[in-house]
Design a protein around this ligand. Structure first.
Ligand SMILES: [Zn+2]
Ligand SMILES: [Zn+2]
Length: 111
């Protein structure tokens, strides 16, 4: 280390610091994204869209008649064969009124 001048050492130090700062910044960025949402009172669940995809129909707005336990497999087979079972066996989703989306439970609580 005797051959190094002060400015060279300083250069190394700054270089190392910059690397640390870059790495830290990326991590802080992730932290800020989450905390920013909270501090901006943005919803963590929906990102302030105020709607979430319906869990019942997976956002499609319709569910299979009789639920998922009856002949779901058979329907899939018929569908793959080109039979028109899909529409005839689908009923509007009651949970979301066939919208495919629901009011975000977190946001609607605040309201
Ligand atoms: Zn639904
Ligand atoms: Zn929300």
């Amino acid at each position: 280390m005797e051959g190094l001048t002060g400015s060279e050492i300083a250069g190394f130090a700054v270089g190392a610091l910059l690397v640390c700062a870059t790495v830290a910044a990326q991590r802080v960025d992730g932290l800020i994204a989450t905390s920013q949402r909270t501090s901006l009172s943005m919803c963590k669940r929906c990102g302030d869209l105020r709607v979430v995809a319906c869990s019942q129909c997976k956002g499609t707005g319709s569910v299979r008649k009789g639920g998922m336990f009856t002949s779901g497999m058979l329907d899939d087979i018929y569908e793959s064969l080109g039979a028109e079972t899909k529409t005839s066996n689908l009923v509007p989703c009651i949970k979301c009124q066939s919208k495919g989306r629901l009011l975000c439970p977190d946001c609607s609580k605040v309201r």
